[in-house]
Design a protein around this ligand. Structure first.
Ligand SMILES: [Zn+2]
Length: 132
């Protein structure tokens, strides 16, 4: 990508060179965009869901926390709220940083395997297992 005659940059009629320059600037622009997605990298953690017995209050359990290695509980809403909406980037309970709460890769339940066999493919939702 380096031209030997770089010093005489602005000569007229150098169509190829200016096209290259434009392409180069576009590339740098793109790289610039891709290079700054997040200031710090936020670790992802797989969470599990627990419901308090006898209530409709649920928690997402982070174990272990990537920052302090403790177990943290994040309220997942009560009853009407969809617990899945609480997933995503949150502040760790210990205050040492943030993490992205996400679902672990799901083990295949019998039910799901049966459904796959029946329909040949998985149908849409990701929340179908949670609330029944
Ligand atoms: Zn922590």
């Amino acid at each position: 990508m380096r031209k030997p005659n770089k010093q005489s940059g602005k000569q007229p009629g150098s169509g190829v060179l200016s096209a290259l320059t434009v392409a180069w600037h576009r590339l740098r622009y793109r790289l610039g965009i891709m290079a700054k997605p997040r200031p710090v990298s936020v670790p992802e953690v797989a969470v599990s869901f627990r419901e308090l017995p006898g209530t409709r209050v649920g928690f997402w359990i982070v174990a272990p926390c990537p920052h302090c290695a403790q177990t943290h509980f994040h309220p997942a809403g009560s009853g009407q709220a969809d617990p899945l909406e609480r997933l995503g980037e949150v502040e760790a309970r210990c205050g040492l940083g943030r993490y992205v709460m996400g679902l672990p890769p799901r083990p295949r339940s019998k039910k799901e395997r049966k459904a796959v066999n029946k329909r040949g493919r998985r149908v849409g939702g990701e929340s179908d297992d949670w609330d029944e």
